[in-house]
Design a protein around this ligand. Structure first.
Ligand code: CS2
Length: 476
């Protein structure tokens, strides 16, 4: 044992072969998919240990390595904290340091699933169409170089290795909050493969599997204070724990290459034939209101989602968004009562133990808004249903993306389009709206051509700037 490391956490990693390679080893996957897989193996066995891959930086690998890849998942309930040590990781690779090692891991005969949480922008696609953006700098690189940078590049090059070695493809299990995530990742993989080797694309189309999933657990970023609190609770120093709420849900389309997968159904994962109604419900009811609260709450000076919904004006907005604007456009998944789902969400958002920053959720709005908010607006307007709350959320995103807050202080806007968005801000609300709506990769044609929506959005943005977020929410 290394000095200072507690023995319960620190362990010699298992040498059993891994069955899964996971791209994008962030806090969300370590608090969600990895925990389910660990439980499924404990329950039903199988060599499903996970090799994690960081596509950008070595930080997670460097913090986990001295712990033998074990880490604590700390459940933050309203009435207490429950730690669990997760030991399902077998190794962690850092793609930019050694892309060949990542490809070798993905092409190993024992690996049958490659799962991904690379965030919306990691698929290098156009959010409004779901197709590969062949002009993306990483895709341009991956077209010319056998050692890739992007997630689609790793998938395609590793699938090529497997085909060349006579191995079956792995199942690609997308665990990001994209609409029809299985179809989108299949589309970008086939688009890229076709540009590299059309026969490879045919082979993947014929033999591959890209099940759709709906993933849900609120996992705020771990802070230095969390490390100290956890140490006080357990007596062990963990340099790489993850924090999560008690709730979790995973709905998975049961379509795996050769039917080969961990026994997820035994540990509460819903294995279904159609994920779409679950995905719409979650993306629009949870993530849609999350984004609305993030932009408006941030502008109103609220640090976290729990703080935002503790403000009665925002709690009122939330109820209204669900009841009047979002639920009427949804088809409930089998056996689900959407009103009860909303009530449960309200309690989850209010959980004071979860310090989920509005700033964190506000990231990458250009990649998130289409599936979270814009689809509901299109459907509402087509049905003649007013959508003032969601329109206000879009206006708040524009205001936020300007990079200046209501006291004219700077906002640290994180978005692949950040410089473009900041440049669209204009003193005149109608001109700002015109500039944003010209972003074809974000706004669907149905909204860009909807004069009534353009007028409502311009008025709402004008009011938001004049009166500030809190007053505008209260007056809605
Ligand atoms: C959040 C999600 O950061 C965000 O954009 O809306 O991470 C959200 O917490 C999860 O999807 C909950 O399952």
């Amino acid at each position: 044992m290394e000095a200072g490391l507690p023995d319960r956490l620190h362990r010699t990693p298992s040498t059993a072969p891994a069955g899964i390679v996971h791209l994008g080893l962030g806090a969300f996957f370590r608090a969600h998919g990895a925990v389910y897989v660990a439980e499924a193996m404990a329950r039903s066995g199988g060599d499903w240990g996970i090799i994690g891959v960081s596509l950008q930086s070595p930080g997670t690998r460097d913090r986990l390595a001295p712990q033998g890849w074990a880490y604590t998942a700390l459940e933050l309930g309203p009435e207490g904290e429950t730690p669990q040590v997760v030991t399902v990781l077998r190794d962690v690779l850092v793609a930019p340091e050694d892309p060949q090692a990542v490809l070798n891991a993905m092409a190993a005969p024992t690996v049958r699933i490659v799962s991904l949480t690379v965030t919306e922008k990691g698929y290098c696609h156009e959010p409004s169409t779901g197709r590969l953006n062949a002009d993306h700098p990483d895709i341009r690189h991956d077209l010319d170089h056998p050692l890739p940078k992007s997630a689609p590049g790793f998938l395609v090059r590793a699938l090529a290795l497997r085909r060349d070695r006579g191995l079956p493809p792995f199942t690609v299990l997308c665990c990001d909050n994209l609409p029809e995530n299985g179809r989108v990742v299949r589309g970008v993989v086939l688009d890229l493969a076709r540009l590299i080797d059309p026969e490879l694309a045919d082979w993947i189309a014929a033999h591959g599997a890209f099940p759709a999933t709906m993933v849900d657990r609120i996992v705020p970023a771990t802070t230095p204070a969390d490390l100290d609190r956890l140490e006080a609770l357990t007596g062990q120093r963990d340099e790489a724990p993850v924090m999560h709420e008690p709730f979790r849900q995973w709905v998975v389309e049961d379509r795996f290459v050769g039917g080969d997968r961990p026994d997820l159904g035994a540990v509460g994962v819903q294995m279904v034939t159609d994920v779409t109604p679950f995905e719409h419900m979650k993306l629009r009811m949870l993530n849609g209101t999350h984004s609305a609260l993030a932009y408006l709450g941030y502008l109103a000076g609220h640090q976290t989602i729990a703080d935002t919904v503790a403000d009665p004006a925002f709690a009122g907005l939330l109820t209204r968004l669900w009841q009047d604007e979002i639920i009427p456009a949804l088809t409930p998944p089998p056996g689900v009562d959407l009103g009860a789902y909303a009530d449960a969400l309200a309690a989850r958002f209010a959980n004071p133990a979860i310090r989920h920053r509005t700033w964190q959720i506000a990231m990458d709005g250009s990649q998130k808004l289409p599936q979270r908010i814009l689809g509901t607006i299109v459907e509402g307007r087509a049905a003649g249903r007013p959508v003032p709350g969601l329109t206000l959320a879009v206006a708040a995103w524009m205001r936020y993306a300007s990079g200046r807050d209501e006291a004219d202080g700077p906002i640290d806007v994180r978005d692949p389009l950040a410089p473009t968005l900041a440049g669209l801000w204009d003193e005149d609300a109608a001109r700002t709206v015109q500039g944003f709506l010209a972003l074809e990769q974000v706004f669907p044609q149905a909204l860009r051509a909807d004069a009534g929506f353009v007028r409502d959005l311009s008025r709402t943005l004008h009011m938001l700037v004049e009166r500030g977020a809190r007053d505008t929410v209260a007056a809605l």
